[in-house]
Design a protein. Structure first.
Length: 217
């Protein structure tokens, strides 16, 4: 299945159903830590991961790998930034990076660290940013980028470049690209069964009857 078709269908399925499907298909958790949440608004994100790794430093250097990736990643990417060491209460994303991401047509940002310039991002761009924290603190003298488009760990989950990132107010799920079609098929099946189960519960006015027939909670 082509990437655009995958993304279109993942964009319609419940994030919770996707999380359940990753559990079943991949045999491991796909949802990131709950502290990573939408910081601009509750917009859904859905796109392939483009990854950056940062590490603690006392050098005053720009986040070059992240800046380059914003311009170089395919349109529609979710820019995923992980940190190795250091404090998560530092902003690895802000207004200018958002401007670059919007100019390049990216789908969102996923940060295992902080974001700043929220007023600017909300007012001028409405760009989806999911982050562990909000902080005015700069990365300069605290972090430097060391690699792009490598496997990283965000919120307890390994993210490979090209993995499908889906998220909404429920949280963020990472779908391994190699298993994406299987996960999608199961997530859509779960969504369908839940809709039927909810209808039965409402018709019969009984949660027990719905559970007895469909066995899902």
């Amino acid at each position: 299945m082509e990437l655009n078709q995958l993304l279109e269908r993942f964009g319609k399925v419940a994030v919770a159903s996707t999380a359940d499907a990753v559990d079943k298909v991949c045999g491991h958790r796909g949802y990131v830590d709950h502290e990573i949440k939408p910081r601009i608004d509750e917009q859904r994100i859905c796109g392939p991961a483009a990854t950056v790794l940062e590490t603690a430093t006392d050098e005053f250097v720009p986040p070059q790998h992240a800046l380059d990736l914003i311009d170089e990643a395919p349109a529609g990417s979710v820019i995923c930034i992980a940190i190795d060491g250091g404090q998560p209460d530092v902003a690895v994303w802000g207004g200018l990076m958002t401007a670059g991401a919007v100019a390049n047509g990216h789908a969102g940002a996923l940060l295992d660290a902080g974001v700043r310039d929220l007023v600017e991002i909300r007012r001028d761009y409405g760009f989806p940013v999911y982050a562990r924290s909000v902080s005015p603190g700069t990365t300069l003298g605290r972090f430097r980028t060391v690699a792009a488009q490598v496997p990283v760990r965000i919120g307890g989950v390994v993210v490979h470049p090209g993995d499908i990132v889906v998220g909404d107010i429920d949280g963020v799920v990472i779908v391994p690209r190699a298993r994406a079609q299987e996960v999608l098929a199961m997530a859509e099946e779960i969504d369908g069964r839940e809709a039927e189960q909810a209808k039965l519960i409402m018709t019969e006015r009984s949660l027990r009857k719905g559970l007895a027939k469909y066995g899902r909670i």
